[in-house]
Design a protein around this ligand. Structure first.
Ligand code: H2B
Ligand code: FE
Length: 299
């Protein structure tokens, strides 16, 4: 299948949604809830009509949605000091997260932009890996804005506002981490389908489920671990296997459904891991046209 290299963020398609969008499948916790489904449609329509450069629409989250946020925040906050990596703990206070209020994408985006030049762009659901990764090349994180279903505050089968804002956003305020994610994005611009798939796995085992050695222990930096009380506890219990990450080697298949990870890829240090990842990404940068290099800030 042919692909076009986007020359600007405007050319990154944020309209093609995989997975649920507002048509929830039968095993989605909100499948039997028409009010929830309509809420999803309304919030997704805001993302679809949002234009780059416009402020991100503010959502008036309902008391029920705030309760979900509060449940997750209250539990996670207890685990972070012990189990989140130092980069996360340094960035976390910059955003003023409170258990009583779901943060607005627009406000967090402003903080991020000041910290690392990253911005948030609202999106209606799970983006195709190529579009999602291409966005990172333009220092843009595509984020959903809807809340998971209140019947299961600790579980979501898809990215939602809790996962994006707690798991991903704080890490993106760390300059070295933001730079790494930017490089992964740039590597995706000229990647063929096979390379996109490999980058998707690299992203999955680092940005989503990565852990790092720190002070004799193992700490979480992956968003899927940081945004899930159960996954964070599971990781901290130390029963999952820890394997060193070799970014160039074939990586195992990803699973969204088999519960907690049975194996985490671990970086010996963040600096060293990032250096390996960036070296791998640069092997994919070689054929980037000069105008694109300029557009993504490489030249
Ligand atoms: N889409 C959205 N909306 N949020 C994500 O965090 C996300 C995505 N992650 N699409 C991507 C895919 C990631 O899991 C990899 C690159 O496939
Ligand atoms: Fe994620």
């Amino acid at each position: 299948r042919p692909f076009r290299i986007p020359r600007s963020l405007e050319e990154v398609d944020n309209g093609q949604i995989l997975g649920f969008s507002a048509d929830l499948s039968e095993d989605h916790p909100g499948f039997h809830d028409p009010v929830y489904k309509q809420r999803r449609v309304d919030i997704c329509n805001l993302a679809r009509t949002h234009r780059i450069g416009q402020p991100i629409p503010r959502i008036d989250y309902s008391p029920e949605e705030v309760d979900v946020w509060r449940t997750v925040m209250t539990e996670l906050q207890q685990l972070f000091p012990q189990h989140a990596c130092k980069e996360f703990l340094r960035c976390w206070p910059m955003f003023g997260f409170s258990p009583d209020e779901v943060p607005q994408l627009e406000d967090l985006s402003a903080v991020l932009t000041r910290a690392t030049g990253f911005q948030i762009r609202p999106v209606a659901g799970l983006l195709r890996p190529r579009d999602f990764l291409n966005g990172l090349a333009f220092r843009t994180f595509h984020s959903t804005q809807y809340m998971r279903h209140h019947s299961s505050p600790r579980y979501t089968p898809e990215p939602d506002v809790v996962h994006e804002l707690i798991g991903h956003v704080p890490m993106l305020a760390d300059p070295a981490y933001a730079d790494l994610v930017h490089q992964i994005g740039i590597a995706s611009l000229t990647a063929d389908e096979k390379q996109i798939w490999h980058l998707t796995k690299v992203y999955w085992y680092t940005v989503e489920f990565g852990v790092v050695r720190e002070g004799g222990g193992v700490k979480a930096f992956g968003a899927g671990v940081l945004s899930s009380f159960g996954e964070l506890q599971h990781m901290a219990a130390g029963r999952a296997e820890l394997v060193p990450l070799d970014v160039a080697a074939p990586l195992p298949r990803m699973s969204y459904k088999d519960g907690y990870q049975q194996r985490y890829f671990v970086l010996d240090s963040f600096e060293e891991g990032a250096a390996h990842l960036k070296a791998y990404c640069r092997t994919l940068h070689q054929h980037l046209p000069d105008d694109v290099r300029v557009a993504v800030g490489l030249l």
